[in-house]
Design a protein around this ligand. Sequence first.
Ligand code: AMP
Length: 129
Amino acid sequence: MTLFKRIIDGEIPAKVVYEDDDVLAFLDISQGTPGHTLIIPKEETASLLTASPEVLTAVSIASQHVAKLLMEKLGASGVNILSNANAVAGQTVFHYHVHVIPRYDHDELTFTFKKHENDIDRIHQRITQ
Ligand code: AMP
């Protein structure tokens, strides 16, 4: 059983900020910025890659709701919404979740995409052939 299933079942405490029939949203224990929240479906599924359309829809709608809630209540100016799928991408809890990370003017969080010498034409060809 995953850690997040234990949170759903109430075995492990969490700082819940939003809940409905399908999802639970609670503060991430490591706050990337103040208000960093995780949205998880109550139905168990490993990641975004395995989630059903219904689960994806419920999590997506809740993510927008929570993003607006965090912006309103905490005075954030924007959000990053991301989901890590599989260990190579940094996933550590294998119950689908979306990070909603409020962004503030002059906060110090950075996501950088470094330039690489990849052949973009070849990559495009591989994906679309
Ligand atoms: P990921 O690395 O995308 O799988 O995200 C898992 C997230 O769960 C990490 O950002 C952790 O900080 C967070 N986390 C781990 N344990 C807890 C917990 N008990 N309550 C809240 N968040 C947690």
